[in-house]
Design a protein around this ligand. Sequence first.
Ligand code: PTJ
Length: 259
Amino acid sequence: MTDYDTVSADVEHEEEIPKDHPRYQDLLTRHRIEKGVEKGITHLQGMHAEGRGSAFDYLLGEATISSAEEAERVAAAHLLLADHPVLSINGNVAALVPGEMVELAEATGADLEINLFNRTPERIEAIADHLREHGAEDVKGLEADARIPNLDHQRAKVDEDGIYAADVVVVPLEDGDRAEALNEMDKTEIVIDLNPLSRSPQVADVPIVDNIIRAVPNMTEHARVLADEDEAELRSIIDEFDREAALEQAEDRIRSGEL
Ligand code: PTJ
């Protein structure tokens, strides 16, 4: 039997967390956020965001529910059909799934763009370096030579040849008005957020109510499977998706506690 009391709260390397621990994913997530803060990637507020997400994930059974799995497939279809897909990266995303985001970008031909609420040159540089260490060749968001209209905070700062010009944008882990503003720019929005009532999934074309740690590898796998499908097939996958039903299923699961 594993003595879980030996899992220290401040493990140095994530390999020290036993994979058979009943709360493995939660420990891993917390560990990555903690390291992200230490490296100057994740803002302290990112810890609050993580705590919120963790509570919703607990109520979802820390598993990908069927509506999220479907949304992840639909998201992959959108990304494959897009002319200019972009994956938005904040401090939590960079800490939790840097290599996984690089793989998703490669599988779908998407760009990676850093976009921060608490934007500082130091954090932008640290996140860009971190993504490059995980295999990213081109990282956008450093120029910030365009602005999302009707948004008066740092998240409005985007690259003209990145999010500004994108037709499909993946927006993970932010509850905010940027999602609404991007919607007004007529972009197709894919949101990853464990809280189905958060504003971002509420306005998303494709709300994915799942932990980003599970969602991104799933999206990549779907993209690889769908890569050879023709446009008509990808369109029919998208057309069959019911965003309201996906949000409802997630909320029902959380409220009912039926796992
Ligand atoms: O790095 P910055 O400066 O851009 O700041 C980023 C944070 C995350 C601090 C900022 O965007 C923020 O404060 O976000 P919120 O308003 O707390 O929203 C984060 C949302 O992500 C919440 O609805 C959480 O439930 C959700 N969330 C947190 N962790 C995860 C998650 N969703 C999916 N997977 C997670 N691991």
